[in-house]
Write a protein that binds this ligand. Sequence first.
Ligand SMILES: NC(=O)c1ccc[n+]([C@@H]2O[C@H](COP(=O)([O-])OP(=O)(O)OC[C@H]3O[C@@H](n4cnc5c(N)ncnc54)[C@H](O)[C@@H]3O)[C@@H](O)[C@H]2O)c1
Length: 319
Amino acid sequence: MDIKGIAAVVTGGASGLGEGTARRLAAEGAKVTIFDLNEERGAAVASEIGGVFAKVNVADAANVQAGFEAARAAHGQERVLVNCAGIGWAEKTARRNSKGEVVMHQLDKFALVINVNLIGSFNCAAISAAGMLENEPDASGRGVIIHTASVAAQDGQIGQVAYSASKGGIYGMTLPMARDLAREGIRANTILPGFFETPIYEQMPPEVKVNLASNLQFPHSARRRNTPTSSTSWSPTTISTPNASGWTPARACPRNRGRRFAPKIRPRVERPGGFSCARHAGRARPARLGPDMMILKTLRGALKTRKRRGAGVRIVRSR
Ligand SMILES: NC(=O)c1ccc[n+]([C@@H]2O[C@H](COP(=O)([O-])OP(=O)(O)OC[C@H]3O[C@@H](n4cnc5c(N)ncnc54)[C@H](O)[C@@H]3O)[C@@H](O)[C@H]2O)c1
């Protein structure tokens, strides 16, 4: 899809990844409408990129509907929706506080995160898709929807139960949404970003940031963290790749650089000659296979090849 001249809506476009995406799409010639709660910042970004701002709470259905009406009145029916509006929340499912009392997760906070991140993303997508159905199809269809989940959709940390549930929901709805809309020529994709230097990330203490960056698999450099600008190539790439639909590129996505998280970020130990950290205990799956697993994999491969060639397989039991 040619981005030049098309109408695009970016939720959460007043800050971070959404702002980076709105700027990038505008630079490539799209007419961008920003939906955000932050009126001052959203309006400022919109005016800088020659776009439109609508104050929208993505968790409020009437608000979202009004936002799309305003966007369409200004730019016509959008062909692109990028969902970036999102919030975080850190709380354990249940825990003991410092006095030894049992405290459970606040249900209203769990519901808030689901409402904003998951239901907000779904509702924006459904309203946008309904409008896109009226678009004349071009060579690559009627429109593209891009959601923003997180590595936490698959590797939630301690205290991320609400956030991970919301992002896991986005991850899960991507494929059925892509299938729902495929016949109409509308594509749906989701990115699972790792860590980006947005306002949320900047609030973290420096040692936590160093730890997170140290877990990058490739490119392995704590000095090359992702900036919101480095995230923005994903949307234009997805929009202009006609067969990109139902994608949830996780591990393979350069955005999170192959990261797997342990359940808890452990403090790093400084050793002569550099840092080292004992982080494997409790990890969901090691990034590299151990020697036993390698031998098992090689044996299984050899057996499969023999079977394929019609050769018999004889198992010899050693005493
Ligand atoms: N920064 C990261 O490292 C990172 C990693 C993985 C996933 N993400 C996801 O990327 C998305 C963007 O995050 P970010 O880092 O740019 O954060 P950010 O805080 O910089 O931007 C989020 C924007 O969403 C807006 N927003 C929040 N609630 C809203 C609501 N109810 N209605 C409308 N707008 C609302 C905020 O005002 C803000 O402008 C989020 O969904 C986040 O979960 C971020």
